[in-house]
Design a protein around this ligand. Structure first.
Ligand code: SAM
Length: 287
């Protein structure tokens, strides 16, 4: 979220704390040692880790387009900039989904952390436009806001209960009654992802992680381990550009547990939306 970016710019340093990594998984040989990734402090170290994880660096210093410093907030050109950037990002994602449809990448669409449903709404229209109106779109959320952030592995910007939106309001926003392919799965992830309605979710073509904080992000990634299709798109809405905290940490710890998958950088949106291609190592690269 843009608020997080503003908060991060005002603060300096990173926690850099490491946690023990399970020893029974064998990460692919090209991956860096995960403890090293989590402790990467300098930009050079961070870029090197990213290149090894998904083939490209996502430069910390370019992580935000400095909209606020170009136009004042009450200047109409400020909101026009936001609209244009949003439009360009949406067109790029539409193209990615069209390409998936052309290459017959199967599976559902899913977002983990949906708030009032803005991205689910976009995915609904994008899938319609790509001729994928037979695909389920899953929205996973507590409808009670964020769970408790981790004391060390999340930055202090995040607070328990942030971004709460009631299920009734979200159902209304998304017209769920008229759009049965939108499926809402309610609950905090540590409970909801264990339930039968979640366990029956099959292959996933497109997954957005937008629950903001480390522990839920990691839980969602674990849920996706065996579900991500060859050619899937995996999006981190709040890429931290730092493997010691938040979604960055969740990814660095998870990626070594999925040696059957590999990842390719697609693009980084202006709000730090990191888009990665997911490929199965035992299949030919179709992208
Ligand atoms: C930033 S908002 C998502 C914004 C949304 N993607 C959009 O399109 O506007 C973060 C969401 O994550 C959800 N969330 C955070 N932690 C969660 C958890 N542990 N279990 C379930 N939902 C969680 C919150 O309820 C909130 O709706």
């Amino acid at each position: 979220m843009a608020n997080l970016l503003r908060w991060m710019r005002r603060t300096s340093g990173s926690p850099g704390t490491t946690a023990p990594i399970s020893e029974d998984v064998q990460p692919p040989a090209e991956y860096p040692d995960v403890s090293a990734a989590i402790s990467a402090i300098t930009t050079k170290e961070y870029l090197e880790m990213s290149a090894r994880f998904f083939g490209a660096g996502t430069h910390r210093d370019l992580r935000n387009v400095k909209l606020a410093s170009i136009y004042l907030r009450d200047d109409e050109f400020f909101s026009r900039c936001l609209e244009v950037l949003q439009q360009v990002e949406s067109e790029k994602i539409q193209k990615l989904i069209n390409d998936q449809a052309a290459k017959r990448v199967g599976g559902s669409f899913a977002e983990f952390g949906i708030f009032q449903g803005a991205w689910i709404e976009r995915l609904f229209h994008m899938t319609e436009s790509a001729g994928l109106s037979d695909r389920h779109i899953y929205g996973f959320d507590s409808f009670k806001g964020l769970s408790k952030p981790h004391e060390t592995f999340d930055v202090a910007f995040w607070k328990e209960g942030m971004y709460a939106a009631s299920r009734a309001d979200v159902e209304k926003n998304l017209k769920v009654a008229e759009r049965p392919r939108i499926k809402l799965i309610e609950g905090f992830f540590d409970e909801s992802l264990e339930r039968d309605d979640a366990k029956t979710v099959g292959k996933i073509a497109f997954a957005r992680i937008d629950c903001d904080i480390y522990e839920p992000a990691k839980r969602c990634l674990e849920f996706l381990s065996s579900r991500l299709e060859h050619g899937a798109i995996l999006v981190f809405d709040d890429w931290t550009h730092d493997y010691s905290v938040g979604e960055g940490r969740a990814f660095a710890e998870w990626v070594v547990t999925v040696p059957h998958l590999r990842f390719k950088f697609i693009f980084l949106g202006p709000w730090d939306h990191l888009h990665l291609r997911v490929l199965h190592r035992d299949q030919d690269d179709i992208f």
